[in-house]
Design a protein. Structure first.
Length: 271
């Protein structure tokens, strides 16, 4: 009986110790991933800001062309579609968006953009979804150019706000996140992370009202790209950015956040 009790305790202790080791490994992996993401951010952000504030515009054009080509390449790989097809669609969409933006009030143009956005909830075919997502990428470039033309720093502030929301959403979600935000689309995104992102937007020193709406838009954009990856059965859009995945994984929040930011500026919402 005595030896039986000892044997029983050893059996009970073994999985307990094993689970502790697994937890330690998971914590170390999380810390390593956070460190890698932080390092990439610290390296890339100053370069991006330097290119954006270049008064000649050459840096902005270079950044836009490079990011556009890489993003469309990742989309073509995910959707198993020729890169040339996505390039042609993207250029045609940008020309159309520029024409509409300059030919009508911004409110009407935004309604057209919303109609494209709403189609994501109607169609489920892969080719349609990739086509629509290409349209949102094109609109993000158009709104980036429009913001840069208003003021170089308007675009810098918009990007800083959106990416701050991203960072808060990711860090809080990874550290204390428990309740899934949208289980069917992205199990890793949590309600706690989304709330943290909205708090950052609301606490943004220059524009709290815009910050909140832009934060919500950034979160929605993140979910749209997550659904795109789920449809094409892939985890990341690529691996070009260490710790972040592909470029689309970093630009996803811009496809909704930038249009909302631009609309609010044009409507004169300043507090």
């Amino acid at each position: 009986m005595y030896y039986g009790l000892i044997f029983q305790r050893l059996i009970l202790k073994k999985p307990y110790n094993h689970s502790i080791k697994e937890n330690d490994v998971m914590v170390k992996l999380k810390h390593a991933e956070l460190l890698k993401r932080a390092t990439s951010t610290l390296v890339l952000v100053p370069i991006i800001v330097f290119l954006l504030v270049d008064a000649s515009g050459a840096g902005f054009v270079l950044l836009l062309m490079m990011s556009g080509c890489i993003a469309l390449y990742e989309l073509s790989v995910m959707s198993h579609t020729a890169l040339s097809t996505h390039l042609i669609i993207n250029v045609l969409m940008m020309v159309l968006f520029f024409y509409l933006m300059n030919g009508m009030p911004v409110e009407y143009f935004f309604l057209i953009w919303l109609s494209i956005f709403s189609l994501f909830y109607v169609f489920r075919q892969r080719w349609v979804y990739s086509f629509l997502y290409n349209g949102l990428i094109a609109s993000a470039w158009v709104f980036s150019i429009a913001l840069w033309q208003l003021d170089h720093w308007s675009l810098v502030i918009a990007l800083s706000l959106i990416w701050s929301v991203d960072i808060a959403q990711y860090c809080v979600g990874r550290c204390i996140g428990h309740y899934p935000l949208c289980q069917s689309i992205s199990p890793n995104k949590t309600i706690e992370g989304a709330v943290a992102g909205c708090v950052v937007g609301l606490a943004w020193p220059w524009l709290p009202i815009q910050g909140l709406f832009v934060a919500i838009g950034a979160i929605v954009g993140d979910l749209i790209e997550s659904r795109l990856k789920r449809i094409f059965n892939t985890k990341d859009s690529g691996d070009i950015v260490p710790g972040h995945g592909g470029l689309l994984d970093r630009l996803d929040s811009l496809i909704v956040g930038l249009p909302i930011y631009y609309l609010l500026i044009k409507l004169g919402v300043s507090s």
